[in-house]
Structures are given as structure tokens and as C-alpha cells.
Design a protein around this ligand. Sequence first.
Ligand SMILES: NC(=O)c1ccc[n+]([C@@H]2O[C@H](COP(=O)([O-])OP(=O)(O)OC[C@H]3O[C@@H](n4cnc5c(N)ncnc54)[C@H](OP(=O)(O)O)[C@@H]3O)[C@@H](O)[C@H]2O)c1
Length: 318
Amino acid sequence: MATMHAVRAHERGGPERLRYETAPRPEPAAGEALVAVRAASVTAGELDWDATWTDSFDGSGHDRTPTIPSHEVSGVVTAVGPGVTTPRVGDAVYALIPFVHDGAAAEFVTLPADILAAKPRRLDHDTAASVPLAALTVWQALARHAGVTPGRHVLVHGAAGGVGSFAVQIAAALGAKVTATASARDAAFVTGLGAERVIDYAGSRFEDEVSDVDVVFDGVGGDTQNRSWSVLRPGGMLVSIVSPPDPEIARAHGARGLFFVVEPDRTGLEAVSRLIDSGKLMPKVDRVVPLTETRAAYEALEREHRRGKVVIHVADEA
Ligand SMILES: NC(=O)c1ccc[n+]([C@@H]2O[C@H](COP(=O)([O-])OP(=O)(O)OC[C@H]3O[C@@H](n4cnc5c(N)ncnc54)[C@H](OP(=O)(O)O)[C@@H]3O)[C@@H](O)[C@H]2O)c1
């Protein structure tokens, strides 16, 4: 049996469960591609999700341990299963991996070929691996669900975060006027991403300073979501990636509310690649660590302030 190096957890738990070890190398089934991983990304909270440990999102499915975390990948296709025509062996690709599958903290990963998109040409693999989850979440929120078009006013909550930093850039790339909430220490960073105005979430109340917003992108939830209805214009939309908006409150404000969970999506990632290759979207990587340091990377997520993603470098270019 062919083997590989991987980071796995044999029992459910936090970063302390992760071990760097030898594991069976997967083989592509029909419709799948085998990707030689160059880089993967880690996501806060991932080890708490049922999907990381079972084959369902609510924990009702089968135990998948030992599991491999890190569901964003950039790498090179090394084999394809029956029926796969795109991508081809040798293609540089990136993807969001379904959360109920093994992730990419490993030398190889198999995944459905139809969710792989061509890696942005401008980016190396480490930077490309930081893109799929955050960029697809924002693309699906703003382009697919909210239909943001040029001239719209978008308010982004949590604008300095891993997802929010993409929301500011993608909203601006779609031609929107962007107002953002962030901490005062992140104001210059968020302005640099394309926000016309940054409101310090700790020092002021955004609802006193902004109005007639077409779309609220809610990357914070809770009280921030509740206070957002009053800034929307009639018919405006609040899209939350944190918690479902109350439909009755939405109706009372003559607005729409939506919560969704990001899905793997080749078409969306291809649109993201075009934004990156045309210079309209630049991912922010906080730090890059080797595969052997994956556990420390998850530990750091739990306690440190970051600007952008933490990336696991798995292998150099061949
Ligand atoms: N539904 C989906 O498909 C989906 C996909 C991806 C992520 N998510 C969720 O989206 C959320 C954000 O993820 P992330 O990776 O971007 O997290 P993150 O990197 O930790 O960013 C959160 C940002 O929000 C800021 N913040 C905290 N309180 C705020 C407030 N009251 N007003 C404005 N900004 C505030 C934080 O600033 P400080 O550092 O100053 O606290 C930080 O910059 C998480 O809950 C995550 O689970 C959902």
C-alpha cells in the first residue's frame, strides 16, 4: 500500500488530537482527482464541527476517524479516476474541499474533480490555498445571493477578518460603495482593501453613522446583526454567514434576510480566479507554517489576532 505523510486525529477533540504521521495514500475513484498538495489552509472552529468527524453536518452520520483537517487546498493533479476529463494530470488547481471529506493537511488528497478550479496564475500555491473558503463564501453571498451590482452600497461587518477582508475587496470589485466595521487598529488595513469608510465597532455605533444600505454582509452575528436592520433601505438585504436572521424582524423592516453555508463551487472559484488575475482581489496571508506544525497552527487560531489566513506549506514546486 502506498503511504504519505499526513496530519490526522484518531479521536474527536481539539488541536491536541492532531498527529503528524504516516497514512495510506488515497486513490481516486470514478469522478475524482488525486491532488499532490502544495499547500492547505486552516480555519478557526473547524475542529468543533460535526462534519470534521462524521459524514454528516449534524453528527448523525458515520464516524470518519481518523480524519485529516484543513479543507482548502492548492496543488497539482497527479491522477484522475474514471470519467474525469477536466482537470488533467499536471494542472495546477485549487478548491474548497467538502467538509465531510478528509482535508488537505497531507501530501495527497482525493476530491471530486468537478469542484477543482484552475489556480490563479498570479498566486503561488501557499497564497492560493488561503483563498477558497473565504472568497467563495463572499462570492456566493454578494454575487449569487445578494446580486450586488455597481453603485450599490454594501456594509461589511468584521471587515478585517479572514472572510471580511475578502468581502470588502469583492464588493469593491463588483463596483459597490463599501462601508466597513472593524476595530480601530485595523482601520488603515481595511481602507487599503477598498472600503470608503471604516467605522470603529468598539468606539461608535454604526447605526448612528450609516443609512440607506443595499446589502449588509454580516460576518459577526449577534447584536451586530440585530442592530443592522435599521441601516438597510426598504427592500435591502442582510446576508449572514454567522447566524440565521429572524424572518419576522426582516419583514417588519421591509427587508430580506438570509443565512447560508458556503459550498464547493468550481464556477464561483473561476470567477474569483479572474478577479485575482486581473489584480482586483489580493488575498492576505497571516503566516505560513510547515505541515509538521499544523497542530500549532490550530492552537494559534484559538488565541492570536490575525490578519488573513494561516497556511500550511506541504511541498515545494516539483
Ligand atoms: N456560513 C459560512 O459558510 C461561513 C464561512 C466562513 C466563515 N463563517 C463564519 O464567519 C465568521 C467570520 O469568520 P472569519 O474567518 O472571518 O473570522 P475572523 O478572521 O476571526 O474575523 C472576525 C473579524 O470580526 C471582527 N469583529 C469582532 N467583533 C466585531 C464587531 N462587533 N463588529 C465588527 N467587527 C467585529 C474581528 O475583529 P477583532 O480581531 O478586533 O476582534 C475580526 O477582524 C465566523 O463566525 C465563521 O465561523 C461562516
